[in-house]
Design a protein around this ligand. Structure first.
Ligand code: DGJ
Length: 744
């Protein structure tokens, strides 16, 4: 049931969808919009008492002398700055006169089927049959400002997506210095919170801490989310875990500077807020102009973290990701980066393709180094024309050779960058982001192109388009290898420089939109020095994102666990690479690397002509596993069974078909524990009364009991889910196994 109602007599809004309710109320006479409830579905409409409006001493109309006490504890749905709510505000507007106090009260609302897009930004989408939207307009009559709050819900999904539009009707120019996408006040809750932290080659590790008093948050000022922090935060009851307890997840559909924070107040109220990071943000709003924030996604789960993850996965798969490959199995690719780095020529690439095609690999991706004078990573970014010294006959010839071997060809770009040593920089030094008169800091010897400028993005796109039209290129890896610094644009006036970061991200979005519109069957994989831009915004343009430059099977367990907390496995770029691993020097079995990568998009990142014969021989089997299981992995429900990051020994997860008819369980024994014979695991998502067979990846029975030889063993779903099965411990570290659970 999806229902959005305005209850005139109660002056409240109630949103019901799937298993959740979201309730807001308008304070009588005063007109403030307050948050009453978000959580598991509730049957009653009249729950405004939860806002505590009538409890003395806080009722403002009855206690004018303590109006500020009211402001400082009322659960404002979109808190403003400067009037006496001393917690973090969602919006801050500077008027021409230098004031910045605002007060927003209810003006009107609108409820309709479907959902509109957000101008220039990625957002979830839905149609009139499965999506409903509520718009609430708040106004500050004195200041002439409106804030329109948008809420959309999708049939069957325990989530509410929100964003905000600020409209200037003041008759003069104002400056927006803060505009959160969403703010959520919860009452008397002693929560833990999970955030994701990391570094290059170590992205999205899980960090669980208490929500303490005061403000705590994650933010990025790098111009992209970055390897280090992530816009996602979840709040969970103290006793909540993987499969139990109440959990609130919030994520932002955005690829730029963000800030997501929690604030626990003196009254144990918790404010959760997300949006563009205000630090470098200042947006000019002329009279009549408006500003739309990125979209925030709010998920509630009464089934612990797992329930939250599955809701995010469904929402992103069904209402965010678009395009030709959205529901399709992706071609198994082989990428030449770790195979050759910059040391390649056409012959080497064709040899790799030749060997790979015979093993069942379906696409060759030519990574960095095919253009301009790019013999190393010190030069040529921006010179997007083929280096024929390396690629004799150009990309057309390479594509023909690759296609002749039954494979597709993919190509790497880093469109946002410019090397000081490039033809582009020599022609247009002002196209690089820089502060006039100051020498900008380099990273990987490169600078960033000013993507706030349309002449710059038009030029870059014209080159990319020409390359893509010159040969049969069916995949693009869009990379981005440095954060933004020394912010300055030759085209933005001083008073609008605070718009730079957001305009930059919108420039990236605009170009990606052009790309996927002009090449609708192109498979776009986003990437940023590994996984520095793995966010919901990028998923709107391409269905998959390179997860990390660290392809070590052990490090990947933690990275992929953190990533899968929010993003579907269908989006996680994961490859088998050579050992010792190039990022950490660890050697793991080829089988284990395969098993871990099979839970992502799957591919190879090695020189297949040079690995050991023993490893090479395993590739056709891995390819077959991919074809056997990818539908399940891509479309199924994800359950985390054991976490190596918590127990430091054993990792295990499961992908289950939506109808419970089959499951794939991946177990990785990372660290052999002495004298452990087997580990008990319980499965999830099966049908209680159905009978299942457990199979090893070679099709033989995964035997649990002594049985008559040749007699197949069946277990009921109830047994597998409640009693569980034993996974024999392995001899040695880094050993893994797949178990296929199949309904008889
Ligand atoms: C960073 C990416 O994550 C790598 O996969 C590779 O494409 C390099 N950049 C190339 O410079």
């Amino acid at each position: 049931m999806t229902d959005i109602r305005y209850l005139e007599d109660l002056k409240s809004f109630k949103i019901d969808v799937a298993h959740i309710s979201y309730v807001m109320g308008i304070v009588d006479k005063e007109g403030f919009l307050g948050h009453a409830y978000f959580g598991k579905h509730i049957a009653d409409d009249d729950v405004s008492y939860l806002m505590r409006v009538f409890e003395p001493p806080f009722t403002p109309e009855r206690n004018e002398r303590d109006r500020l006490s009211f402001y400082d504890c009322f659960p404002f749905e979109y808190p403003t700055h400067g009037i006496g709510d001393f917690r973090e505000s969602a919006v801050r507007i500077e008027t021409g006169s230098g004031n910045y106090a605002n007060s927003l009260t209810f003006k009107s609302h609108r409820i309709y089927d479907g959902k509109e897009g957000i101008q220039g930004l990625p957002a979830t989408w839905g149609n009139a049959a499965d999506t409903k939207t509520l718009e609430i307009t708040l106004e500050d009559r004195e200041a002439g400002i409106e804030a329109i709050l948008y809420y959309s819900v999708f049939e069957g999904i325990d989530a509410v997506v929100r964003h905000t539009k600020i409209v200037n009707k003041s008759g003069k120019t104002v400056y927006l210095t803060k505009a959160a996408s969403a703010s959520l006040d919860m009452d008397n809750r002693d929560f833990d919170k999970i955030t994701l932290f990391g570094s290059w080659a170590r992205e999205r590790h899980i960090n669980r801490t208490a929500v303490n008093y005061g403000i705590q948050g994650m933010c990025s000022r790098r111009g992209e989310p970055g390897h280090q922090e992530h816009a996602f935060t979840c709040l969970m009851e103290k006793n909540a875990g993987q499969n139990n307890g109440e959990v609130y997840g919030i994520d932002l559909v955005y690829s730029g500077n963000f800030r997501t924070l929690t604030e626990r107040s003196q009254f144990d109220q918790v404010r959760l807020m997300t949006g563009i990071d205000p630090e470098d943000f200042r947006w000019e709003l002329k009279d009549g102009a408006s500003f739309e924030t990125p979209e925030a996604v709010l998920v509630f789960s009464a089934e612990g973290l797992g329930g939250m993850s599955r809701t995010f996965h469904d929402l992103y798969r069904e209402h965010l990701i678009r395009g030709y490959y959205r529901d399709k199995k992706r071609p198994i690719l082989i990428n030449n980066w770790e195979a050759t780095y910059f040391d390649f020529n056409a012959e080497k690439l064709v040899n790799i393709a030749d060997c790979a095609s015979k093993l069942g690999i379906e696409m060759l991706v030519l990574d960095d180094g095919w253009f301009g004078n790019r013999f190393d990573d010190n030069r040529a970014l921006g010179d997007w024309y083929v280096n024929e010294k390396k690629l004799e006959g150009g990309l057309k010839k390479l594509a023909e050779e690759v296609n002749r071997r039954g494979m597709k060809l993919g190509l790497w770009f880093e469109p946002e960058m410019i090397s000081p040593d490039s033809d582009l920089y020599r022609a247009h030094p002002d196209w690089a982001v820089h502060v006039q008169g100051r020498r900008p800091g380099l990273a990987r010897n490169q600078m960033v192109l000013d993507f706030t400028r349309e002449d710059v993005t038009d030029y870059v796109y014209s080159l990319i388009k020409k390359v893509l039209e010159s040969a049969n290129i069916e995949y693009v890896k869009w990379d981005m290898n440095r954060p933004l610094s020394d912010i300055g644009s030759a085209c933005l006036p001083a008073e609008r420089m605070g718009e730079f970061h957001h305009r930059y991200v919108m420039g990236v979005y605009k170009l990606q939109e052009r790309l996927v519109t002009d090449f609708p069957k192109l498979l776009l994989e986003n990437c940023s020095g590994g996984g520095a831009r793995f966010d919901a915004g990028m998923l709107y343009y391409g269905p998959q994102i390179w997860c990390s430059d660290d392809t070590d099977a052990v490090e990947r367990l933690e990275i992929q666990e953190g990533t899968a907390l929010i993003y579907p496995l269908s989006a996680m770029g994961a490859h088998v690479s050579d050992c010792p691993n190039h990022a950490v020097g660890r050697t793991t079995p080829f089988e284990t690397r395969g098993h871990v990568a099979l839970s992502g998009t799957f591919g190879y990142e090695l020189d297949v002509t040079r690995i050991s014969e023993e490893d090479r021989k395993l590739i056709p089997h891995q390819v077959e596993l991919y074809h056997r299981f990818n539908d399940l992995v891509r479309t199924g429900d994800y359950y985390r069974i054991a976490s190596f990051s918590e127990n430091h020994a054993f990792d295990c997860w499961e992908s289950v078909a939506k109808d419970g008819s089959e499951a794939l369980v991946t177990c990785v024994n990372v660290r052999k524990t002495a004298n452990v014979k087997s580990r008990r695991i319980k499965l999830f998502g099966l049908q209680e009364n159905a009978s299942y067979r457990l199979l090893n990846e070679d099709g033989s029975d995964f035997v649990q009991t002594m049985s008559e030889e040749g007699k197949t063993l069946y277990f009921h779903g109830s047994t597998l889910m409640n009693a569980g099965i034993n996974i024999p411990d392995t001899w040695g570290d880094f050993r893994s196994r797949l178990i296929h659970v199949k309904q008889a």
